[in-house]
Write a protein that binds this ligand. Structure first.
Ligand code: N01
Length: 545
């Protein structure tokens, strides 16, 4: 290590990585393969990130298992057998632990350790990272692999502290599980987490009352066990399939019907939607036509279809009316994929409270009050989502050049170049940061691409004795504009969603992810091929001259 750079020897680590989810584990593996000394800090007591924390009943991935997995080692993808089309949380966590053991990652993972601050020293080109155990270490590279949906959005309802029953958050579920038998349960929030947990809680609880602020679109997942033949067929052509996903806008093998919804008759549209609804199901549904996410009129056709389905499933017309998103735009909030969600409202022990016009007034000692009506409950489950994309990054007090605070720089929304770096914070890398496709893609593929890009970049910097890398201001400004221009070509900005940060009170409304994984990958390749165009590289000779 000494022969590479005297600066290396002054740092405790070549790189400090925050987070031991799928991004952090792969980052560690890659950098260690390059001979670097790395420390990963993780606030949890185990690996798995989102799959470590989100253990609520029914938690399941809505990307197909054979795709929601690492691709960096063919031996790994050949030996692992996913039991179901869509994996449940325990199976994904098992896989994460398998990876940690198989690649002997644990010696470099430090659990139960929260990173509090990271400060860049301009003169020494080093980051100092302080943790909640009162210690601090230095590193040349500081890499945030903290995930995009990892800091809970916890609404501060009046009276919550006075509630005498139990309170749970889907995003931080007790590891021993929760027994709801004989309990009256309130569930607040009807995004993916609420929609997945509702049928399971309803089966166990004496009574479940769902508090819905905004009706949501959901399509049947059509989950089922995978057969050996199916698994083997995928494994036989894994390389080809992985290459294919790299060329797709959402980095996944959606079966796209490449025609406009408006170019066919109403009967033909209905036939296609029925076929998708009953057949493939899940997020494939939105690939039924090629313009559902780009054309409001096309989107209306699919919205009407789902609204009709909800009315057909839910027997009580009042409940159906509350559940069906009138004037909603499908996919604007992330589309949900469920197993028996709308059907659950046909159960005698399930109630639905519309809090769209009269928000939850307060939590009392014994329940929830809305519009002057008390709903007595024993337990409250919050499925109220996350401070998405920026929550974890800004959870650490990150200070760049001249003490510049990331929180202050991003007060009006995140600003990055390629979602990788931000001006004023040299050698800080974000895995799937805001401005990259991240949540608008299969996360495992985005993680693969970003980790490879960051590790290749670090190899490049080290081989050329570059001390510091950060974007040029013009490149960052241009990228932020481009992210918004592309988003404006879609239906995404037309509603309130966590993509825009509008689910968190006080958060600036700005579209955060980049639409188009394949175009993003091409752009990154160009940037690298042109000597890291748009980045400022500070070389050793320049620094010492
Ligand atoms: O969170 P959400 P989530 N009073 O933000 C409501 C991924 N994920 O954890 O829509 C009342 O979607 C809020 O209402 P509104 C996936 O990317 C994936 O469910 O803001 N209600 C909304 O209904 C997903 O999109 C999987 O009006 C309040 C709900 O809480 C993302 O994580 C599984 C409220 C939050 O929904 C987030 O999903 C789970 C308030 N004060 C999660 N505040 C799969 O792979 C918020 N709400 C399947």
């Amino acid at each position: 290590m000494d022969d590479r750079s005297p600066i290396t020897t002054r740092a405790d680590f070549d790189a400090v990585v925050v987070g031991a989810g799928f991004a952090g584990m792969f980052m560690l593996h890659r950098l260690r393969q390059q001979g670097l000394k790395v420390r990963v800090f993780e606030r949890g007591s185990g690996v798995g990130g989102t799959w470590f924390w989100n253990r609520y009943p029914g938690a399941r991935c809505d990307t197909e298992s054979m795709e929601y997995s690492y691709q960096f080692d063919d031996a790994l993808q050949q030996e692992w057998n996913w039991p179901e089309r869509y994996s449940a949380q325990p199976e994904i966590l098992k896989y994460a632990n398998h990876v940690a053991d198989r690649y002997q990652l644990r010696p470099d993972l430090q659990f139960n350790t929260q990173v509090l601050s990271a400060t860049y020293d301009d003169a020494r080109h080093l980051w100092t990272i302080a943790t909640n155990d009162g210690k601090a270490v230095s590193a040349r590279y500081f890499i945030m692999a903290t995930g995009t949906l990892s800091v809970a959005n916890k609404p501060k309802f009046a009276g919550l502290d006075s509630f005498k029953g139990r309170v749970f958050y889907t995003s931080d579920w007790p590891h021993d599980g929760v027994d709801f038998s004989g309990r009256r349960v309130a569930l607040i929030g009807t995004g993916s987490s609420g929609i997945q947990s509702t049928p399971h809680i309803a089966e166990q609880a004496a009574r479940l009352t769902v508090f819905q602020r905004t009706p949501n679109f959901s399509v049947p997942a059509r989950n089922r066990p995978l057969t050996d033949d199916e698994r083997n067929a995928t494994k036989a052509r894994y390389g080809e399939l992985r290459n294919f996903t790299y060329q797709q806008p959402f980095a996944t093998q959606f079966h796209l019907n490449d025609v406009s919804a408006l170019s066919v008759s109403a009967e033909e549209r209905r036939r296609v939607y029925e076929e998708r609804w009953n057949g493939l199901g899940g997020l494939h549904f939105m690939a039924a036509f090629n313009d559902l996410m780009f054309n409001g009129e096309a989107n209306k056709t699919v919205a009407e279809f789902i609204v009709d389905k909800i009315h057909a499933i839910v027997k009580d017309p009042k409940k159906a009316e509350i559940l069906a998103p009138r004037n909603g735009v499908v996919g604007c909030k992330r589309l949900c994929s469920d197993t028996g969600y709308f059907e659950t409202f046909n159960r005698d022990n399930v109630d639905l409270v519309d809090v769209s016009r009269s928000p939850i007034e307060e939590v009392t000692e014994t329940g929830i009050r809305v519009d002057g009506i008390d709903y007595p409950v024993d337990d409250i489950v919050f499925a109220t989502g996350f401070d998405a994309m920026t929550g974890a990054l800004l959870g650490v007090d990150i200070r760049g050049r001249n003490g510049l605070s990331l929180r202050e720089k991003w007060a009006a929304g995140p600003r990055t170049y390629l979602g990788l770096q931000t001006v004023g914070f040299p050698n800080l890398f974000m895995v799937t940061g805001p401005g990259s496709p991240s949540v608008l893609s299969n996360m495992m593929v985005s993680i693969d691409q970003h980790v490879n890009l960051i590790s290749d970049t670090i190899r490049y910097l080290d081989s050329r004795e570059v001390l510091a890398m950060e974007p040029e201001q013009a490149a960052e400004d241009g990228w932020v504009s481009h992210v918004n221009e592309v988003a404006d070509l879609t239906v995404y900005p037309t509603c309130n969603s966590w993509y825009l940060g509008s689910n968190v009170p006080g958060k600036t409304r700005v579209f955060m992810p980049y639409v188009g994984f394949n175009t993003y990958v091409a752009r990154c390749k160009d940037v690298v091929a042109n000597g890291y165009q748009g980045f400022r590289l500070e070389r050793r000779d320049a620094a010492t001259a």
